[in-house]
Ligand binder design. Structure first.
Ligand SMILES: Nc1ncnc2c1ncn2[C@@H]1O[C@H](COP(=O)(O)OP(=O)(O)O)[C@@H](O)[C@H]1O
Ligand SMILES: O=C(CO)[C@@H](O)[C@H](O)COP(=O)(O)O
Length: 474
């Protein structure tokens, strides 16, 4: 039998670089690799390259014919005229540009104006606000900047260039749609919005390639795909269909769906991004997800397994404890300077088990709001597919089944962003008009929504605490 044609997908995410080598025809996983990224909300792009080298060391890419990169969205990578990195990239989870987001909203005429212009209302995560921050705080760095790209663009172009100079900067629709200066409705850059943020009309941006357009070949002869934003790649990796909503619990908590039409949510809760298949990807994103559990475990003097055990010991509702999990500030709801709140403590209920359960419940309720927000924007929600590192916790899987409110399925543990990037690489390699059908993802948990009065009470308590917080902060 002939050896299968191999393709590789890369997920350069916030915390790690993950690589998956698959059979181009079936999607079967052949090899995987991973390496950690440094912590922090600003990172020099060289670290992503080093992590990619480490993750693919030992011949991981041997025999691979095509490769695509998916990456954490929105990060601002500024390059000078010699293509050197001007300063470390400000990442999506860096909130220092929150005041710049407010200024930009005002200057364009309000949130509705942004929703109509590009389907996205700027918050600190969005690249355009980081550029305004740069203009305001580091004008010399802005003056030196010639080209602005995103993390996945930077890695894709490095893959194409090898050790030589980058000839061409490229991106794709899905990641471009997260910049704040690209419209997924017209598929064009909005130079006016870039100028509004920076005062510059001469900044160069990467060319936006079609979903299956080859960016070129690497020096090793591999075809390189256009790549994608990480959530758009996950949609490809999961093979999302109408009625499916993905909820990802990684560093960020996201809820998103592949959708045929652009959305324009003036509340800013749902961002009208593009997907990686020519359609749209309405998406809600929180800053606080899997790492909330790590922080809860550390506070309780245990590890993730310990937190899981404790949370499963407690009754639903955590004995009356409620956590607003804004440990890193928050993006949705837009409370960039918020901190976490643990409420409802009494001498009786303040047990490690209740605290552990409150951390899981609070983290899940924060992201579950995204499912309702998508429905409000016209997304058909028939089932939720739960992915991301935190699904490794049985407590998360079990409690999510009661909180999400629609049938929930948990795909077998896997790197679905990397799988989506690999599927894109297979598409580019095939030269076909449509993305190759791969085996459907294996589902290990299926749960019908539970109608439990206690769950409704917990949700009510959470909503009340959130309303109080909003009141305090207005
Ligand atoms: N069993 C588990 N329980 C809870 N959290 C987990 C578990 N396993 C991994 N995680 C967390 O998942 C996160 C990594 O998830 P991942 O989806 O890979 O994130 P990212 O894509 O942002 O790098 C880490 O914060 C890690 O601590
Ligand atoms: O900001 C967004 C999407 O808008 C995040 O999804 C980031 O793209 C990274 O998240 P992780 O996958 O690393 O958790």
């Amino acid at each position: 039998m002939n050896a299968p044609t191999l393709v590789a997908g890369i997920d350069s995410s916030t915390q790690a670089c993950k690589v998956m080598v698959c059979d181009a025809r079936t999607g079967e996983v052949v090899r995987t690799g991973r390496a950690a990224h440094p912590d922090g909300t600003e990172v020099h792009p060289d670290h992503w390259w080093t992590a990619l080298q480490e993750a693919t060391s030992g011949g991981l890419l041997e025999g691979v014919s095509a490769i695509s990169v998916a990456g954490q969205q929105h990060g601002m990578v500024c390059l000078d005229e010699d293509q050197r990195v001007v300063r470390p990239a400000l990442l999506w989870n860096d909130t220092r540009s929150a005041p710049d987001a407010l200024d930009l909203i005002d200057e364009l005429g309000g949130a509705q104006a942004w929703a109509e212009a590009i389907g996205v209302v700027p918050v600190a995560a969005i690249t355009v606000t980081k550029l305004r921050w740069l203009a305001r705080n580091e004008p010399d760095h802005l003056a030196r900047t010639r080209t602005v790209v995103l993390p996945h663009d930077w890695l894709t172009s490095r893959l194409l260039a090898g050790d030589g100079p980058v000839q061409r900067w490229v991106t794709d629709r899905s990641d471009a749609s997260g910049t704040g200066y690209f419209s997924a409705t017209t598929d064009t850059y909005r130079d006016d919005l870039l100028r509004l943020a920076t005062g510059r009309g001469d900044l160069e941006l990467p060319e936006v390639l079609g979903p299956a357009t080859a960016a070129g070949r690497s020096p090793a002869g591999r075809m390189v795909g256009p790549g994608a934003g990480d959530n758009a790649a996950a949609a490809l990796g999961l093979g999302l269909r109408g009625g499916d909503v993905a909820v990802s619990l990684g560093t960020s908590g996201t809820a998103f769906a592949s959708h045929p039409r652009p959305t324009q949510d003036p509340t800013g809760e749902v961002a009208g991004f593009a997907d990686a298949a020519g359609g749209h990807l309405p998406l809600m994103c929180t800053l606080n997800a899997a790492r909330v559990l790590g922080a809860g475990a550390a506070a309780l003097g245990t590890d993730l397994a310990g937190l899981e055990r404790l949370a499963l010991e407690a009754e639903p509702g955590a004995g009356g404890l409620t956590l607003l999990p804004y440990l890193d500030g928050e993006r949705t709801p837009n409370l960039p300077t918020a901190t976490g709140t643990l409420s409802g403590m009494t001498r009786n209920n303040l047990t490690p088990a209740n605290v552990a359960r409150a951390f899981v419940e609070g983290m899940l309720l924060n992201v579950a709001a995204g499912v309702d927000a998508l429905r409000r924007e016209g997304v058909d929600v028939e089932r939720v597919l739960l992915i991301g590192g935190a699904t490794g916790s049985a407590a998360v899987r079990e409690i999510a089944a009661t909180f999400i409110g629609v049938p929930l399925v948990v795909p077998a543990p896997g790197e679905y962003v990397a799988r989506g990037a690999a599927r894109q690489a297979a598409w580019v390699l095939s030269g076909e008009d449509t993305c190759p059908e791969w085996a459907a993802v294996e589902l290990v948990v299926g749960a019908e929504p539970v109608v439990d009065p206690l769950v409704e009470e917990v949700k009510g308590r959470y909503a009340e605490l959130l309303a109080t917080m909003h009141g305090v902060r207005q």
